[in-house]
Ligand binder design. Structure first.
Ligand SMILES: C[S@@+](CC[C@H](N)C(=O)[O-])C[C@H]1O[C@@H](n2cnc3c(N)ncnc32)[C@H](O)[C@@H]1O
Length: 372
């Protein structure tokens, strides 16, 4: 990745910054001038990797926009619990995912709203409740003077982890979109996005180059010197493998086979479901043991198991091995579990956010969008 000269890096606000992977991905094109998160543990990870001076350990509900520096892009990876299948799906009216409105409130309070906004969340944002959550967000952004486009980018295009996420990019209406606006939906607009967007005003189908599919597999991301489960734990994990998964695992060619899996309950019975496509399932935070991913390794006829390590989780999020993680397992795993994959942010930053932000910064008539 080419690092642009300092002068060309534009100003970035990172809301709900967590452990800093958005700032990490945006870094070659943007300079984060302000970031916040409510979690002290994640704040520590952010600060050790990106510095202390611009990070605010503060709930968004306590942030007022008039204290923020001017910026070209504002990014909000707002909490997903009320939009994810694991939650109760109360959407943007609920307490946690509803913090997106606080993000917009802060933008409203700024002397000038940033010309480009980007919100990120799980697929539920477009698919839950017939897309009503997305439409509400879309209309709120349009009312503030933006044109808006949703898209889905899956980290699996860059790293061996299945992690589809919705990215909503809003650009001030007076900015010329040029080649960045497509005439129709493309690879980054799957059916749920198209359905949620049907009939909306000021909608844009953002045009992004499609990355070459990731050739690497989980095996390429594995740490070699990691502690394996003791016999009792190993045996109970292996006992949870279904007969067909066990048969497939034992029948695969090769001396050493590594597969990832999650424990789930099927018909009231705990099972360890592994996948054989060389990809990891979506990382989550480690609240409750079942959300931690298990590695099963076959060497000859022997099977052993262990937890996916925090460094492996970081690699699956596209973070470099120099990215510092907490020493405790749970804190380190949590730091990665609800983050945004680095190469996905980089792709968006390089091909859409930065070029549009450059157009906006050169725009002669920098009129602030209408206040609502
Ligand atoms: C989806 S995660 C964002 C991850 C982050 N962008 C990253 O890449 O590491 C949502 C974040 O919202 C934070 N959060 C939850 N409630 C908050 C609040 N009231 N104010 C600020 N941050 C909050 C959580 O601590 C969590 O880090």
């Amino acid at each position: 990745m080419v690092k642009l000269p300092e002068v060309q890096r534009l100003k970035f606000l990172d809301f709900f910054a967590g452990s800093g992977l958005v700032t990490q991905g945006a870094k070659p094109w943007f300079h984060t001038v302000w970031a916040n998160d409510i979690s002290p543990k994640k704040a520590a990870v952010y600060r050790v990797n990106h510095g202390d001076e611009h990070f605010h350990l503060r709930s968004i509900t306590d942030v007022t926009g008039d204290t923020l520096p001017a910026a070209d892009v504002s990014w909000g990876s707002f909490p997903c619990q009320d939009l994810s299948l694991a939650g109760k799906m109360q959407g943007l009216k609920a307490k946690r995912s509803g913090l997106v409105w606080e993000w917009l409130r802060v933008m409203d309070e700024m002397a000038q709203r940033p010309p480009i906004l980007c919100a990120e969340n799980v697929l539920g944002l477009v698919s839950a409740d017939g897309g009503s959550n997305y439409r509400e967000l879309h209309e709120a952004l349009v009312a503030r003077g933006y044109v808006v486009g949703p898209m889905v980018l899956d980290a699996i295009e860059w790293v061996p982890q299945s992690r589809p996420r919705v990215f909503v990019v809003a650009v001030r209406k007076d900015i010329t979109l040029g080649k960045f606006a497509g005439e129709k939906p493309a690879w980054n607009h799957p059916v749920p996005v198209q359905r949620a967007a049907e009939g909306l005003n000021d909608l844009v189908w953002w045009k992004l180059p499609q990355p070459e599919s990731c050739k690497q597999t989980l095996e390429d991301f594995i740490e070699r010197r990691v502690e394996w489960h003791p016999e009792e734990k190993r045996a109970s994990n292996i006992a949870m493998l279904s007969a067909s998964h066990r048969q497939t695992l034992m029948g695969l060619p090769g001396k050493r086979i590594t597969v990832p899996g999650y424990r789930r309950t099927r018909n009231g019975v705990p099972v360890l479901e592994v996948r054989f496509d060389g990809k990891s399932g979506c990382l989550r935070t480690a609240e409750g043991g079942s959300s931690r991913q298990i590695i099963v390794q076959r060497e000859g006829d022997d099977l052993r198991t262990r937890w996916l390590s925090p460094r492996e989780a970081a690699r699956l999020m596209g973070a470099p091995d120099t990215y510092q993680l907490p020493s405790g397992y749970t804190e380190a795993y949590n730091a990665m579990g609800d983050a945004v994959a680095v190469p996905v942010v980089s792709h968006l930053a390089q091909h859409l956010l930065h070029p549009l932000a450059l157009v906006a910064s050169r725009h002669e008539t920098r009129k602030p969008p209408a206040k609502v």
